[in-house]
Design a protein around this ligand. Structure first.
Ligand code: NAD
Length: 433
């Protein structure tokens, strides 16, 4: 099939190369000319394991091309995926300007029956809004399908090629058949395709992300209570998760969730509920708990040191989670902002996110290529992103380099007893004193 993917970000680029890899002819379109230029040379603008290899392979096989000409690409294709950003607006609702402007352009340029697939995360009702746009403007029949994406950054290729499930929202039999054919190579191991109406598909995406965010905020509340009552959250978590109805995944307390999805999708779902006269009180609490949690490490530092002015801190991990360079809403940004605002200086290391972080902080933060360089002369070290290489560092080297052996472990990755044995003052999230 001839496919267009509009938006070459974390979702669009991964979808584009994976469809190309299953034999389709794919044109990826973006308004960012620099990005398109890099992609044509086989260079991925984002860090995602396995992505660049798959990109190069499909570029050489001429199954994928990159363009800034949306009209031209749409005219030659049967299926157009919209994978542009849907960031949050001031009131928390999703900003649909990019997605709707792409839909308008498709309406003007489509010259044959086209399936327009919303892969961006969009509020309930967007597919019907787009369908109305096509009915009013397009010269040819167009079916709009809602096909939300569930990939996880850091494991995006694998998630796309071997999804837990595919969700397809459409009321058109013809579009349904095309979508089923498109996804057939990715569901050979019996992952289900859930067909439903577009509104339910749109809501499924938000409800899934909100549920995951709720588990994290719930455990962060449990962790806070553990600290107050001198209980140990690790013990509580493991025994809670052993109940099959609860399960062990996504029960880890820490210094808050970030990324381009959970924070904005939780807010957008609250906004959708509000627009329909409903107060989604549980989700407002999930969001508020996360805001508090992102400030937790800085608060613990203030409680330990009192005044932070003139202190020197090391930070390990900037990306919102391991195996990505994505800094959107990353807890490290909140922590560093607070430390700098309190007059401290920060030296930070991340295996892949330093370039992006430099764009945020400029020379207000010193960035170093080695984790140990971040500990030189530090009054404390903060662990914010649980990259594998931070799990078992040379602690003697760390301690010798530091001015004071104080650790703030925002992801509970180090063993408290061992840290104390090594002579560190060790703070974590919800662990027994
Ligand atoms: P992103 O910001 O990485 O990429 C968006 C891309 O769209 C950018 O390259 C931008 O230049 C391009 N773009 C913007 N306006 C455009 C236009 N008018 N025409 C062509 N290109 C345009 O975004 P992302 O993280 O890939 O997310 C895209 C959507 O997918 C969002 O709705 C997001 O919520 C959803 N989603 C993201 C993830 C994730 O892990 N990142 C997972 C599931 C769903």
């Amino acid at each position: 099939m001839k496919i267009v993917v509009v938006g070459t970000g974390y979702v669009g680029l991964v979808a584009g190369v994976c469809f190309a890899d299953s034999g389709h002819t794919v044109v990826c379109v973006d308004i960012d000319e620099k990005k398109i230029g890099e992609l044509r040379k086989g260079r991925s603008p984002i860090y995602e394991p396995g992505l660049e290899e798959l990109l190069e392979k499909n570029l050489s096989a001429e199954r994928i091309t990159f363009s800034t000409d949306l009209d031209d690409a749409v005219r030659a294709s049967e299926v157009v995926f919209i994978a542009v950003g849907t960031p949050e607006r001031d009131d928390g609702s999703a900003d649909l300007r990019a997605a709707m402007s792409v839909a308008e352009r498709i309406a003007r340029s489509a010259e044959r029956y086209t399936v327009v697939v919303n892969k961006s995360t969009v509020p309930v009702g967007t597919a019907s809004r787009m369908q109305a746009e096509f009915s009013a403007r397009a010269k040819v029949p167009v079916d709009v399908v809602s096909n939300p994406e569930f990939l996880k950054e850091g494991a995006a290729i694998d998630d796309f090629l071997r999804p837990d499930r595919i969700v397809i929202g459409t009321s058109s039999e013809k579009a349904r058949a095309i979508m089923a054919e498109l996804y057939a190579p990715f569901v050979r191991t019996e992952s289900p395709i859930y067909f439903m109406d577009p509104r339910s598909a749109e809501l499924t995406k938000y409800a899934a992300n909100a549920m995951l965010a709720a588990r994290i905020s719930f455990m962060n509340e449990v962790a806070m209570l553990c600290e107050r009552v001198a209980a140990d959250v690790d013990s509580v978590r493991k025994a809670m998760g052993a109940d099959e109805r609860i399960g062990q995944k996504f029960l880890f307390p820490g210094c808050g969730y970030g990324g381009s999805c959970f924070p904005k999708d939780v807010k957008a779902l609250i906004a959708t509920a509000r627009n329909h006269g409903m107060d989604f009180a549980l989700l407002s609490a999930v969001d508020a708990v996360n805001d508090r949690q992102k400030r937790l490490l800085a608060q613990k530092a203030k409680a330990h040191f009192g005044d932070l002015r003139g202190r020197k801190f090391g930070v390990w991990g900037l990306a919102f989670k391991p195996k990505t360079d994505d800094l959107r809403h990353a807890p490290a940004l909140t922590l560093i902002d607070e430390l700098l605002a309190d007059g401290a200086s920060v030296t930070a290391h991340d295996p892949v996110a330093i370039d992006n972080a430099r764009r945020v902080f400029g020379d207000r933060v010193q960035f170093v290529q080695s984790p140990y360089a971040a500990t030189e002369g530090a009054d404390a070290l903060f662990l914010v992103t649980e990259w594998n290489e931070f799990r078992q560092p040379d602690f003697t080297r760390v301690k010798d380099a530091m001015k004071q052996p104080v650790l703030f472990d925002g992801r509970n990755i180090w063993n408290p007893a061992r840290m104390r044995e090594l002579g560190f003052t060790y703070y974590a999230v919800g662990r027994a004193p």
